[in-house]
Design a binder for this molecule. Structure first.
Ligand SMILES: [Zn+2]
Length: 277
């Protein structure tokens, strides 16, 4: 009987020790994976340099922030030297900077044009529940988003290069973006620069594309000053005029005069049907 108890105790000990060893191996493997993922961010030529700076001897003391696991600490801190301040906001694509200057000349200055707006700046979702999707969409951005002065998005502008016709993954992403914007009540304008053209032509195309896609005030988003729901242009039958009314009416009675909402650009129509009169 005594023998049995001793054996059981020994087995229990062995299991506990084995578990802790396995845990350590798992943690080290995870840290190694994180490290390798981080390495992929940098170009081939940078890789050899940064690998040298990540050797064990250069790790910062764990006492810096005890709350953060040591493997995460050294990953971030050791990479500070690898980051450089961008000299220009739009640098990757020359067409984009021409599109920007065209937008700047057209769009009412009461709006703000921001390049390269990430998904997390525009949308919210249960990112923990859908972490696999989160990983994909956090890398996505829109080329330009036009915001109100209090940072509500009114229009999205995408510059389409050649890639947009060929790559099935890019096509899927574009369809996803388009449906998502529709669902959220935002309009998308595509500037198609897939064919090469002179800068002056890109400028003209940008202005024409905006005017074609947003011919009237119903094609850019206006938010209710009371509840931030989307506003619709409605007729005031008594006075024979038009006004912005909350789409949640009668739950919300928020409204605004047309003249209180800046036109997206000079000469934009109020409503499509008005043009027929
Ligand atoms: Zn409202």
């Amino acid at each position: 009987m005594k023998k049995m108890v001793v054996i059981v105790i020994i087995i229990l000990f062995a299991v506990v020790i084995l578990k802790s060893i396995l845990g350590t191996i798992k943690r080290k493997k995870k840290a190694k994976n994180n490290y390798e993922e981080n390495q992929n961010v940098f170009s081939e030529e940078k890789r050899s340099e940064s690998q040298a700076s990540l050797t064990e001897s250069k790790l910062p003391e764990p006492s810096i922030t005890k709350a953060v696991p040591i493997e995460e600490q050294y990953l971030l801190l050791n990479f500070v030297d690898e980051f450089f301040l961008k000299k220009e906001m739009i640098k990757s694509d020359e067409a984009e900077s021409i599109v920007y200057s065209a937008l700047e000349s057209l769009i009412n200055e009461k709006y703000i044009i921001i390049p390269h707006v990430g998904f997390r700046e525009l949308f919210t979702w249960d990112w923990q529940k859908y972490y696999k999707i989160t990983d994909r969409v956090t890398k996505m951005h829109f080329d330009f988003v036009i915001f109100t002065r209090n940072f509500m998005p009114v229009l999205v502008v995408e510059v389409w290069g050649k890639m947009h016709e060929d790559d099935p993954k890019v096509i899927e992403r574009d369809v996803f973006k388009q449906r998502l914007l529709e669902k959220c009540g935002l309009h998308l304008v595509k500037i198609d620069v897939s064919k090469s053209m002179p800068n002056e032509k890109i400028k003209e195309l940008t202005i024409q594309s905006i005017k074609d896609a947003v011919p009237d005030r119903e094609k850019y988003t206006v938010y209710c000053p009371k509840c931030k729901a989307i506003m619709k242009i409605k007729p005031n039958k008594k006075e024979g005029t038009l006004f912005y009314g909350c789409s949640r009416f009668p739950k919300c009675k928020g409204s605004q005069n047309i003249s209180d909402v800046p036109p997206l650009y000079d000469g934009i129509a109020v409503k499509a049907v008005e043009n027929e009169n």
